[in-house]
Every structure is written in structure tokens, then in C-alpha cells.
Design a protein around this ligand. Structure first.
Ligand SMILES: Cc1ncc(COP(=O)(O)O)c(C=O)c1O
Length: 361
């Protein structure tokens, strides 16, 4: 009955909502550190904007998210016609594969990568070629070596999920300069704001003027704390945005989401507070790992990938008794590693105390 490609697809296993976890486990307090959500919540401006527009939900939203597009273009220094809003960054990834991948075509991603890339490529009957680096550091040459006549798309993620590493400026330039212009590069910057103050971290938008095969993906889900609203966007050449517009659902970003995202843009202080909280939480985790000799990858995002030195599934079992949920590295083939999202001060205390009890066992 179903298309053949569905045989190789598994449904994405998203973390359950906090209310569900509490009910299921009979716990009063749950620390959900498996989805890289923002512990500061949404900006109050975004909440007010939703309350103001709530009586309009009987009408269709603006199909082009025009006000939001205009505001973003002003901030980013691009034309509005270079931006496409999506139902989260997820939709952008889906649309990009839809416009590029014919059956048998190839896309490239470096291991470990955000797992939705594979699902989307396979859904189009394409092949995702995996590239491995020596360490977690980005190696442009390995990507270039993987290119064939069938390559249509290259996924780059900076900061990367699950490692939190960035692609440094000179490495990005090296790659952009050598990838044939008929291959599209999707530079996924979902965690951009957390890395933006690093001098070696390149702002992908700056390269759009020279590379019309580049798409930069960003989202309101992380530093803006609007994951539940589902708003992400692509910034690219007008040629690519026009192609994406042909395949997107007409009313892909709902009316509340558009209002919330627009208000969030006007509240950069909330993003700054979120970045500060993230720095504080990362430092507490690093200090704990350092003093206990645990290996980890220094992160430019709102999570950290850590080697527990024993099966992560055991750690996860221990954590879950304390109401703490993290992502096992087994998802990416790293059986002793786990990805911990940074949370509130209280959540970090809970994680550290729980780890401490477990280390002393
Ligand atoms: C690397 C990366 N890209 C894109 C996304 C999609 O985010 P959203 O659909 O919430 O905008 C995520 C979400 O976790 C991610 O980690």
C-alpha cells in the first residue's frame, strides 16, 4: 500500500511533554533536558502578542508571513524575497529535500548529525552519505571527497547537534569555495545565537551574496524559547526561495506563531538573558565534568555531549528516577555518550546531584 521508501523510515522519537512525563512516572518535578528547549521560556512580549491576536484565530494566517519576513530582512540585511518562513526549522529541511532530491540522488552529512536529515532524504528516495571526521572537528576535505555526480545537497550544522561544535570561519570559506555551484549547501544555524559572540564563528548570512547555492536555516525554537509555536526560516538566494515557495503548504505558519515570532524579534533582551543562562549552566556542567574526569565536547550551543565512560542507557535509567531526561548518544552510535540540554539553575543542580550520587555508587 505504501511507498517503498517508508520501509527504511522510523517515526522521529521526540521527547514527551513534561506534563506527560510527570503523570507517567508519578513525579512532582521533571527536568526535561532532552530537546534543547529554552529554560527561560518565551519572552513576555511574545506571550502578550499571542493574547492580543487570539480572537483572530477564526481567520487564516498571512500565507507569506509578510510582516515577519520584512522584520527579519531588516535585521539580517537581506531582501524580504530572500526569506521563507516555515513551520519550524523542521519544515525548512523537508522543503529543501523536496526541491532537490530525485530518487537515487545523494546528500552528504557528517556524523553525528541531526537525525531528521536522513529521514527527509530517504523520504525522497535519496541516499544520505555519511562522512566521518578524525575527531569532532570539521574537515572540509572529507566532505569534498564524498561529492559525486549524484550529489545534490550538503548538510552543514553549526553549532552541530549533538556535539555543539562550530564550523570555524576559514573552514567554511574553504568548503564554500570548492563545492560546485549546482550543489546546494544547507547551513543549519538553529543554535546561532549561542555561538554568535565567538570571533571564529562565521555568520552564514554574510556568505549569501557570494554563494547563491547556500541556504541558511535559523529558528525561533531555541534562543527565543518558542519551540511550541513552530517557527523557523530559510535565508537564501531569490532563486532558491522561489523554488521553496512552490512546495510549502499554503498556510504553514499559524497566526499565533507569526505574532509571537514578530514580538520575540522586538525583545532581543530575552535572547540575551537566555544566552547568559546557557553560559552559566554550561559552566556548571563543565566544572562538574572536569572535577570528575569526564570527557566532553566544549559546546557552542545549549547542550553538551559528554562521555559517561559506561553505557549511557544505565545512566539514563538512573537519571529518570530523579525525574531527569537526557538524550542517549546511542541515537548516533555513541553508546557511552549522552547529550544534556542546559536548563535552569535548579535543573543543573538536580543533574549534578544525581550524577554525583551515581558516580559514588
Ligand atoms: C540542528 C537542528 N536543526 C533544526 C532543528 C529544528 O528545530 P525547529 O523545527 O524546532 O525549528 C533542530 C531542533 O532541535 C536542530 O537541532
Amino acid at each position: 500500500m505504501f511507498r517503498n521508501c517508508l520501509k527504511q523510515l522510523d517515526p522521529y522519537k521526540a521527547g514527551k511533554p513534561i506534563s506527560e512525563l510527570k503523570k507517567e512516572l508519578g513525579l512532582d518535578q521533571v527536568y526535561k533536558l532532552n530537546a534543547n528547549e529554552n529554560p527561560m521560556g518565551p519572552s513576555t512580549e511574545a506571550m502578550k502578542a499571542i493574547a492580543t491576536i487570539i480572537d483572530q484565530i477564526s481567520t487564516y494566517p498571512d500565507a507569506g508571513s509578510d510582516r515577519l519576513r520584512l522584520a527579519l530582512s531588516g535585521l539580517l540585511g537581506t531582501k524580504p524575497s530572500q526569506i521563507l518562513l516555515g513551520n519550524g526549522g523542521d519544515e525548512i529541511i523537508r522543503l529543501v529535500t523536496e526541491i532537490l532530491i530525485d530518487p537515487g540522488d545523494e546528500a552528504i552529512a557528517s556524523v553525528p548529525y541531526f537525525t531528521l536529515y536522513r529521514n527527509n532524504v530517504q523520504l525522497m528516495n535519496g541516499i544520505l552519505k555519511e562522512v566521518r571526521f578524525e575527531s569532532f572537528d570539521f574537515e572540509p576535505q572529507r566532505i569534498l571527497e564524498a561529492i559525486t555526480s549524484k550529489t545534490k545537497l550538503i548538510f552543514l550544522t553549526s553549532p552541530n547537534n549533538p556535539t555543539g561544535t562550530i564550523i570555524r570561519r576559514e573552514k567554511l570559506i574553504e568548503l564554500l569555495g570548492q563545492v560546485p555551484k549546482d550543489i546546494v549547501i544547507l547551513l543549519d544555524e538553529a543554535y546561532y545565537d549561542y555561538a554568535a559572540d565567538c570571533l571564529e564563528y562565521p555568520d552564514g548570512i554574510a556568505y549569501l551574496k557570494d554563494y547563491d547555492n547556500l541556504i541558511v536555516l535559523r529558528t525561533f525554537s531555541k534562543s527565543s524559547g518558542l519551540a511550541g509555536m513552530r517557527v523557523g526560516y530559510a535565508v537564501s538566494s531569490e532563486k532558491i526561495i522561489e523554488a521553496l515557495l512552490k512546495v510549502k503548504l499554503v498556510f504553514n505558519v499559524n497566526i499565533l506563531a507569526q505574532a509571537a515570532a514578530l514580538a520575540a524579534l522586538q525583545d532581543p533582551r530575552h535572547v540575551q538573558k537566555s544566552i547568559q543562562q546557557n553560559k552559566r549552566s554550561l559552566k556548571r556542567l563543565y566544572d562538574y565534568f572536569d572535577s570528575n574526569g569526564l570527557e566532553y565536547v566544549p559546546s557552542f550551543a545549549n547542550f553538551v555531549f559528554v562521555n559517561f565512560d559506561r553505557p549511557v542507557l544505565e545512566v539514563i535509567q538512573h537519571f529518570s528516577k530523579d525525574g531527569i531526561f537526557i538524550t542517549p548518544g546511542t541515537v548516533w552510535g555513541y553508546d557511552n555518550w549522552g547529550r544534556i540540554s542546559t536548563g535552569s539553575d535548579e535543573a543543573m543542580t538536580a543533574v549534578i546531584n544525581s550524577m554525583d550520587r551515581w558516580m559514588k555508587k
